[in-house]
Ligand binder design. Sequence first.
Ligand SMILES: [Zn+2]
Ligand SMILES: [Zn+2]
Length: 139
Amino acid sequence: MTRAELKQQLLDAGIRPSAQRLAIYEFVKSTKVHPTAEVVYNTLRDELGSLSLTTVYNTLKLFVDAKLVTMLNIDDTFRCFDGDISMHAHFRCDSCGKIFDLEIKKELLSMAGGAEQFDITDVQLYLKGLCPECKKNNK
Ligand SMILES: [Zn+2]
Ligand SMILES: [Zn+2]
């Protein structure tokens, strides 16, 4: 997605696209790492001199409220952000801490008994364990 398209998405959501907001939005939308606010801050603070961690967090919350970004509360102490708002599950590795995207198959939703009477707009599914890499190193 181009910078102009990202800017338009912010405008469409009623968010004034300041240089800081646009840079934060561009980073979250382009990365697959599911960054915390700290990671976003550490990545962008050289580029955006006057940035504070509070500003980053508040900006991310603004995007979440506008449904442009998803916030993942995998547990109480760990909160991160995902620019991919399509329906998918997350796997967090207990060993390396990496977060992986997993596909949610239709069959899974139909396994939730009685789900067909509801109009499902969102699913939060978190899985934990060892990723393939750590599983290999563990042996
Ligand atoms: Zn791992
Ligand atoms: Zn994700």
